[in-house]
Design a protein around this ligand. Structure first.
Ligand code: CA
Length: 376
């Protein structure tokens, strides 16, 4: 007997029926406790669970969007076809930054997005993507998985009926594409720049005007002068956006040294699923996150090679020291304010800072010293 259930839209009695079919097929509620060789540990064959997923990116968007499609395929494969995920891109649902609300309300069962897009919903969510002058990808992964970071993220999101898992990392992000050179702090005054999250607040404090604009409108905004500069990601994703054709100065990163995406899961959906299904959804996310991170690195390396070879007009620039000093000071003042704002923010930020201190000492005598030794 084949039964298809859409958890996000099914009435409660139907979900209960579906779960009971699943459990009947499975033989028990918690297969993790049975022998690994028992046939009872296999995913059931009597029902199909259909889940709806919404992500932030346009249809066909590489790396970020691709990884969600791979996630859906992996979940289906790991569940022996018993879990099907219907993926809607922003081209379909028309709300790039609506993922938090979609999953909170149960309109979608699963979401994939970046946490810092939702500071307007809950300011404590800002701290779970990347923070200016903070941890690199490796350091932050260690914090999330080994240093209590993921637990803190789940504590914040639980208030919104959402469970989170890490969703993949962009690696070091470039400081952005600028139409004019930045020679001193005065050049930031009045500069209109697309830069989301906490970094947007930092540049506002030194006189710039931050905005956030959906992905599909970025090129036009830069071309028409609606904005003077923008940061997006790094060569891996920037090349296809064409920014290098209209803004030739490519500045060093400071604001997103390793941005993590997140998977959001509606907690009611998760509570209604059997253990084996929850386990597949979480572990497939973890594996997808790793694959997306290596895909990001590979694309950055390949596309930077292309830009350097084919677009000699592009110049990589370092922000002047006085700009970095001013940004760091503004950043610290904002962090101190955040710690005053809420006890949760203080706990998250102190956890990040304490972890960074230890992690950076190791990075400094390990990876950094290795690279310095090669270039001395
Ligand atoms: Ca970015």
């Amino acid at each position: 007997m084949m039964k298809t259930i859409k958890l996000s839209s099914a009435p409660k009695y139907f979900i209960a029926l579906a779960i009971s079919l699943i459990l009947t097929g499975c033989g028990q509620a918690d297969p993790a406790n049975s022998s690994p060789t028992s046939s009872k540990t296999a995913a059931p064959t009597s029902a199909t669970i259909t889940l709806k997923l919404a992500h932030t990116w346009p249809k066909g968007f590489p790396i970020f969007g691709d990884s969600v499609d791979k996630y859906a395929a992996l979940v289906e494969q790991m569940s022996n076809g018993q879990i099907k995920i219907k993926v809607d891109s922003a081209s379909k649902h028309k709300a790039a930054f609506g993922i938090f609300d979609f999953v909170k309300s149960g309109q979608y069962d699963i979401g994939q997005s970046a946490s810092y897009y939702y500071g307007g919903k809950d300011p404590d969510t800002l701290f779970f993507a990347s923070m200016p002058f903070s941890m690199t990808q490796n350091e932050q992964y260690a914090w999330f998985y080994q240093g209590g970071g993921l637990e803190l993220a789940n504590e914040v999101y639980a208030k919104h009926n959402i469970e989170v898992m890490l969703g993949g990392n962009t690696g070091m992000q470039m400081g952005g594409w600028f139409r004019k050179e930045i020679n001193g702090i005065e050049d930031l005054n009045g500069l209109k720049m697309r830069i989301p999250g906490f970094a947007g607040k930092v540049i506002a404090k030194v006189g710039a005007v931050p905005t956030n604009i959906p992905t599909g409108e970025l090129y036009q905004a830069l071309e028409r002068g609606t904005i003077d500069a923008l940061e997006w990601v790094g060569p891996g994703l920037d090349l296809r956006m064409g920014f290098h054709k209209i803004a030739p100065y490519y500045y060093n990163g400071w604001h997103e040294p390793g941005t993590e995406l997140l998977y959001f899961f509606n907690k009611d959906t998760m509570a209604k699923l059997p253990q084996w299904a929850r386990s597949i959804l979480r572990n497939a996310a973890r594996l997808t996150a790793y694959d997306m991170s290596t895909a990001s690195f590979a694309a950055n390396a390949a596309n930077w090679d292309t830009i350097a070879e084919q677009y000699p007009n592009v110049q990589v620039k370092r922000f002047p020291k006085e700009v970095i000093v001013a940004l760091r000071q503004a950043n610290q003042e904002l962090l101190d304010q955040e710690k005053q704002r809420s006890e949760m923010a203080r706990r998250i930020l102190e956890s990040r800072e304490n972890y960074l201190k230890k992690a950076r000492q190791w990075t400094s005598i390990g990876e950094k010293l290795y690279l310095d030794t090669l270039t001395d």
